[in-house]
Write a protein that binds this ligand. Structure first.
Ligand code: NAD
Length: 481
């Protein structure tokens, strides 16, 4: 019998008539679990529970919130191997990556446990004699969260933790494809002592549960991570609702990694291969556009191919695997479609791109590397979200920067160079929310802001102390002394 995992509504585990099967992409015969598919009624109950819990929770003291988040972080750290295994089994990233991500969720919880004790305000003299001014932060209210499948525990953690730390109540709808890690996280927080209704989980389809969350009049704010297409719908729904909802969107990327002639070749290859292909290229910060100066181009291509020869694509849970499978058939179809598009556009496939057979049935794809591409091709402009990258040859730094910035996205941007002048200029002029020098475009810290510009992000930053910009609202109070 496969276990059925339920929704958490008003502190109780609530089932339903429908469930979806969570399938292991490394072995499609392996069912991770059956997860309840929430209904609109359940979503309404969850929002009502959050609304009922809000007055007490928003006034709870920092010590209570600190203790709950700290306890949750301690349990995550203690169980990170097991949680990492679950994550790798349902999403397909390697066990090392899965355990690393579970550990990241623990770090995020610990950071925001500390933030509970650091919330502060300001006291200022008024411009009017005898009047005092206080500036304080209050919770936003009921926050709805909609999350994607590619970081199934870290993203729910970095939304839920600040929301709770600053006194909000939460209704989260995780990705329907990969709900297991979010379920485990909510279970940990629930058992850590959250009062009933403060944190509610409603799993299910975006078009049903997600849509109902966006339209609910008692939800004050929505934090969304996912594709640009869905993000646009989320923003439209938040503005159309009455009252309008505060909204934060983290979306896709087409992140450039510039490699200049003076780069350390070993570092550049590592940044490119790690950034483009690890985690199966299924990262919003993946280096999918490699912009390479002519003088190093051929050596760089040759060294990337040599490095890729040693990369093992196999079952995510197997020792020795570097890259796990693609998450599901529909993402695999998308990856293969873009590989064909790149070929049809005149790109030269110099490595990979073919389906692989392994011991178990799964969505195994050899990472694909293209050369002879230009920045106007679709492969350079549209997010693939798979292990597919293309190299664009440029003549000098100025062209590299201009190509790097010539995109609708603006999440992460990287440069490999030994020139302080170019590194400094790039940091100042890359049109991206995050800039990396001699580092892969993917891979960030948890105590500093995360987010992008242009089509990649909308609204305040996530993570670190900057998260309070979204999860709190500022009040200015005047008093006649
Ligand atoms: P997606 O947009 O398909 O789905 C994201 C979430 O939205 C899911 O929970 C889904 O069920 C829900 N949803 C879908 N339609 C909805 C609707 N009409 N109303 C409400 N909710 C709806 O994205 P995905 O395929 O899960 O994730 C991949 C995308 O996420 C990529 O574009 C990637 O770049 C992006 N991403 C961005 C970041 C970031 O921080 N910038 C991080 C990770 C992933």
């Amino acid at each position: 019998m496969t276990e059925m995992f339920k929704n958490l509504i008003a502190g109780e585990w609530a089932g339903g008539t429908n469930a979806s099967r969570n399938i292991n992409p490394s072995d499609t015969n392996d069912v991770v679990g059956e997860y309840a598919q929430g209904t609109v009624e359940q979503l309404n109950d969850a929002v009502a529970a959050a609304k009922a819990a809000f007055p007490a929770w928003s006034r709870s003291g920092p010590q209570e919130r600190y203790e709950i988040l700290k306890k949750a972080s301690d349990e995550i750290f203690a169980r990170k191997e097991e949680l990492g295994r679950l994550l790798s089994r349902e999403e397909g990233k390697t066990l090392a990556e899965g355990i690393g991500e579970a550990g990241r969720a623990g770090q995020v919880m610990a950071f925001f446990a500390g933030e509970c004790l650091r919330l502060s305000g300001e006291v200022l003299p008024s411009v009017r004699p005898g009047v005092g001014v206080e500036i304080t932060r209050e919770p936003v209210g009921i926050v709805g969260m909609i999350t994607p499948w590619n970081f199934p525990i870290a993203i729910p953690a970095w939304k839920i933790a600040p929301a709770l730390a600053y006194g909000n109540c939460v209704v989260i709808k995780p990705a329907d494809l990969v709900p297991g890690s979010a379920w485990a996280l909510v279970d940990i927080l629930h058992r850590a002592g959250l009062p009933k209704g403060v944190l509610n989980l409603v799993m299910g389809r975006g078009s049903v549960v997600g849509q109902a969350l966006l339209q609910h009049k008692d939800v004050h704010a929505i934090s969304f991570t996912g594709s640009v297409a869905t993000g646009r719908k989320v923003a439209e729904a938040c503005i159309a609702s009455s009252p309008m909802k505060k909204v934060q969107l983290e979306m896709g990327g087409k992140n450039p990694l510039v490699v200049l002639d003076d780069a350390d070749l070993k570092i550049a290859v590592e940044c490119a291969v790690q950034g483009a292909f690890f985690s199966t290229g299924q990262r919003c910060t993946a280096s999918s556009r490699l912009i390479v100066q002519a003088g190093i181009h051929d050596r760089f291509v040759e060294a990337c191919i040599e490095r890729l020869k040693g990369v093992v694509v196999d079952d995510a849970l197997k020792a020795g695997t570097h890259i796990g499978p693609v998450v599901d058939q529909s993402q695999l179809d998308q990856d293969l479609k873009y590989i064909q598009i790149a070929k049809d556009e005149g790109g030269k496939l110099v490595w990979g791109g073919e389906l692989l057979n392994r011991e178990t049935p799964g969505f195994y794809l050899q990472p694909a590397l293209f050369t002879e591409t230009t920045n106007s091709m679709r492969i350079s402009r549209e997010e693939v979200f798979g292990p597919v990258a293309n190299i664009i040859r440029v003549k000098d730094y100025d062209e590299a920067l201009s190509v790097a910035n010539d995109t609708e996205f603006g999440l992460s941007s990287g440069i490999c160079t030994t020139s302080l002048k170019h590194a400094t200029h790039f940091k100042r002029n890359a049109e991206a929310g995050m800039v990396m020098v001699n580092l892969a475009t993917a891979g960030v810290d948890y105590h500093v802001p995360f987010g992008g510009r242009k089509g990649s992000s909308y609204g305040p930053r996530e993570q670190g102390a900057y998260a309070k910009e979204f999860y709190t609202t500022v009040k200015t109070a005047y008093t006649l002394a």
